[in-house]
Design a binder for this molecule. Structure first.
Ligand code: ADP
Length: 172
C-alpha cells in the first residue's frame, strides 16, 4: 500500500493543498461547485486568480477577490490570491501539490491535456486533478454569464447570490 507522505521531522501528514487557477471573470456557480467538491478531497483549496497582462478582465481583480472572499468567508480551508506568470510557479510558492481544474465537456479536456503535460514537465511533483461538472452546472461559463449580464438577463443560479445582489443594487 502507498505510504502517506509525512512532513519532515514529524509524524504529521503533509497538508494537501490544491491550487484552483482561473480567470474567474466572474466566479460562477460552476466554479463554486468545483471548490466545494474539492474540499472533500483536499485540506485546502486555494483559488488563484490569474492576471494576464495582455488581457483586460471585465471585472477588476480586486472585485473578484472581494466576491470570492465573501462567498467562502465561512470556510477557512478556502483561500484566495492573485498571481501572474506560470501557474506551476505559483502552485510551488503556496506549497500546493495539486492543481484542481473543472471539466465541462470534451473541448475542456482537449485544452487541459496539453497544459497538464506542460505543467508536469515543469513541475513533476504537481499533479492535476479534474472534477467533471454536474448536470446542474455543466452549461455555465464566465463568458456566458458576461453575455447574459450585458443583455440584462436573469443570472439566478448562474452566479453566487452575493454577485446577484450587487447586480440588483446596480453596484456593478
Ligand atoms: P480559465 O480562464 O483558465 O479557462 P476559468 O476561470 O474560466 O479559467 O475557469 C477555471 C476552471 O474552472 C477551469 O478548469 C474551468 O474548466 C473550470 N470551470 C469553469 N466553469 C465550470 C463549470 N461550469 N463546471 C466545472 N468547471 C468549470
Amino acid at each position: 500500500m502507498k505510504k502517506m507522505s509525512l512532513a519532515k521531522g514529524s509524524n504529521k501528514r503533509m497538508k494537501r493543498i490544491a491550487l484552483f487557477p482561473g480567470s474567474f471573470d466572474p466566479i460562477t456557480c460552476g466554479h463554486t461547485e468545483i471548490v466545494q467538491r474539492g474540499l472533500a478531497i483536499f485540506d485546502e483549496v486555494f483559488i488563484g486568480i490569474g492576471v494576464n497582462t495582455t488581457k483586460t478582465p471585465t471585472f477588476p481583480t480586486g472585485k473578484k477577490v472581494q466576491w470570492i472572499s465573501e462567498i467562502f468567508q465561512g470556510e477557512a480551508r478556502v483561500k484566495v490570491g492573485i498571481f501572474s506568470g506560470l501557474t506551476v510557479n505559483f502552485a510551488l510558492s503556496i506549497e500546493a501539490t495539486f492543481i484542481l481544474r473543472g471539466l465541462r465537456a470534451a473541448p475542456d479536456f482537449e485544452y487541459e491535456k496539453n497544459i497538464e503535460l506542460l505543467n508536469k514537465h515543469l513541475a513533476p511533483n504537481i499533479d492535476t486533478v479534474y472534477l467533471v461538472s454536474s448536470s446542474t452546472t455543466g452549461h455555465i461559463s464566465s463568458s456566458l454569464v458576461r453575455e447574459v449580464l450585458r443583455f440584462n438577463g436573469n443570472l439566478k443560479g448562474l452566479v453566487p447570490d452575493i454577485i446577484l445582489q450587487e447586480i440588483s443594487q446596480q453596484k456593478i
